[in-house]
Design a protein around this ligand. Sequence first.
Ligand code: ADP
Ligand code: MG
Length: 334
Amino acid sequence: MKRLSAAFLLVSLIMLSACNHSNAESYTAYTTGMDTSASITVYGGGAADTDDCIKLFKELEKQLSVTDEGSAVYRLNTNGSVEASGDLQSLIDASNRFYLQTCGAFNPCIYPLVKLWGFTENKNKVPDSESISFAVQTVAGSALSVENCKAVLSDGAMVDFGGIAKGYTSEKMCAKLKENGVTAAIISLGGNIQTMGRKPNGTPWVVGINAPNGNGLVGTLALGEAAVVTSGSYIRNFTQNGKLYHHIIDPKTGYPVDNGLVSVTVVASDGVSADALATAFFVMGKEKALSVYESFGVEAVFITEDTVSVTKGLEQKFTPDESIEGVYKIELLD
Ligand code: ADP
Ligand code: MG
């Protein structure tokens, strides 16, 4: 519920900015899926275009769900292999690439740990330490590949594209809209925003970054065509004995990441990189992420309990919200 309301807040803020700054006609459609709420706003298009996007969204959800018994991912996890569609092959390639490039911080075979913590079935509990150690070994030894057009998992491995699927989906939706001749659009899949083209009135897209404490926004980013993805410990979590446990898991320890970060937003030119890297940077922690972000050609905003840190490429694009004065310090990273 918490997750959905955060997503709705973000969507409504984006819609607000779309309405406020645009003179040209826009059309917006809403849907739900992939455990979030989604909105698609198109300029120079209409219901036929947003319907195409929603169809794509539902198709990808059907293929990629870890819990739907009919999905390709479910069958892959159950049988160890499945016929790989083009989408599945692309996701496997991208996931394996980010697994290597982030030294395992992003791990597509994280599912044994996610399941153990009860995040997919909403049966949250702190697992016993033996089960965690066992799952950590499984995750570390897992391999995911494509062989003869089949997706193949090593023994005991289980995949979960939850950290990359929405970025991939928003990219595919954008490509579909371009194919349809739509010249400008903004797609929001929960914490995943993708903008396309330029708004007809020439103003930049304005994307809000939620305050992890639930009080509105920490600020906004004024951007051209970009993907903006946030991973946060406030998005999906539970509390046991007064301690908060959330859904981004360190594959090396098996526990939810606990490094002082409460959210990481990545701005990239494509949705897959933004999504995978938001998860990976959250796992790495601010210091490590800062040493590598430039090599990925992305920018980022790191938020801790009391500081909002913005990489230098976003200096001119980020406007802090006045409500954060006295709550968060702003730090420019250069
Ligand atoms: P959200 O799903 O809230 O948009 P993320 O993109 O950060 O946020 O993805 C978190 C999801 O990714 C988790 O719910 C889980 O399915 C999966 N996940 C958790 N930890 C990792 C990890 N270290 N690497 C890859 N995927 C992860
Ligand atoms: Mg992600």
